[in-house]
Design a protein around this ligand. Sequence first.
Ligand SMILES: N=CN[C@@H](CCC(=O)O)C(=O)O
Ligand SMILES: [Zn+2]
Length: 433
Amino acid sequence: MSASSFRLLVKNATQVVLVCRNGEKYLTRNGMQTLAVVENGSVVIGHDGLIKAVGSADTIESQFKGAKFDNVLDASGMCVLPGLVDAHTHPVWAGDRVHEFAMKLAGATYMEVHEAGGGIHFTVTHTRSATEQHLLDGLKSRLERMMRAGTTLVECKSGYGLELDTELKMLRVINSARKSLPIGISATYCGAHAVPKGKTMEEATQDIVAVHLPKIKKLTASGDLQVDNIDVFCEKGVFDLNSTRCILQAGKDMGLNINFHGDELHPMNSAHLGAELGALAISHLEEVTDDGIAAMATAKTSAVLLPTTAYILRLSPPRARDMLDAGVIVALGSDFNPNAYCCSMPMVMHLACVMMKMSMPEALAASTINAAYALNRSHAHGSLEIGKQGDLVIINAPRWEHLVYQFGGHQELIRYVIIKGEIVYENDKVLNL
Ligand SMILES: N=CN[C@@H](CCC(=O)O)C(=O)O
Ligand SMILES: [Zn+2]
């Protein structure tokens, strides 16, 4: 080792949370209850940004004696966790919807706001008229905010255009952010987020399948765009099961991962459909049936649960415990969007524990390895194992659970966020407990 040099050594952390240690692509049931943790540990990240060693501080010290490191962080008294993965966000938009929060507090439901021309339609109007630069500036500041809250890989949807030009504008903006920010991005085409005004659901479906998707296929083949997933809002009054099937199948046929909104406000049989189509993920699932849960467990279709939605809309939260007990791969996402303005996965984990009765290890597994699985990235993200990307969150606390426990407190707790072994956020304002 003596001749070698490395990008980063993080040493002597009170705890290093690996999450898992045997190359698992996801965790379920008991596997989520006891996470792999090294007490008094260190991590080494190479110049390629990948983890070269992780384990006991003593072993790493002797193994790397004489090695050179560009950077050494002494994490005594601190905990190291994998970078958090946010499996569901809508971060590209213009227009302010703070007034709708007041309407909802006064009793309006999500669909009442939507049908009155607010909600997604309001954001569509503003996003269509916004410049690409304005959208990019907004996206970058939101992603930076997520990064400061510990997120190192995030799913980003289009879906506030609903017509080709604006959907492509949003996807280009996501692509630019991917090139200019260190945070990892999984891009989702969500042109079926609502039925655009002036079109029927059938016409919108036809437009997506015959016009949008072929254009996206062409732009991805030429390297002008990178799109990873396809999404549809499968909901009463939005896209029904048949239209959803038609759009998702067309996306799958061009190589996109299926990752869609289902069974949120009404039971739609979305879970069955997702299982049948081999979907990687279905989000929301507040209204999923027992059969739907069983179908998802068998198909290894992950459930991306979004506690912020139930919280802000005062819905019954998704039945996380039933899904976990049935062996569903449960992941978490912030659902950041103008309805649920939350950039913080630590807050999401806290809500998941209190509102959905998840344990803290379950919430962390759901925000790391399982969220990475939902994005088809768990080979490279979601745990601290040799060969995976060196993405870390270092908190100023002697036990990792403080990241979940101190709700609304991540600003004072997170000391460093590291992506590919580079410090992307450093906070010297952390407080002692
Ligand atoms: N449910 C559909 N889409 C978003 C909300 C989007 C919006 O209201 O702008 C969600 O996941 O919560
Ligand atoms: Zn959503």
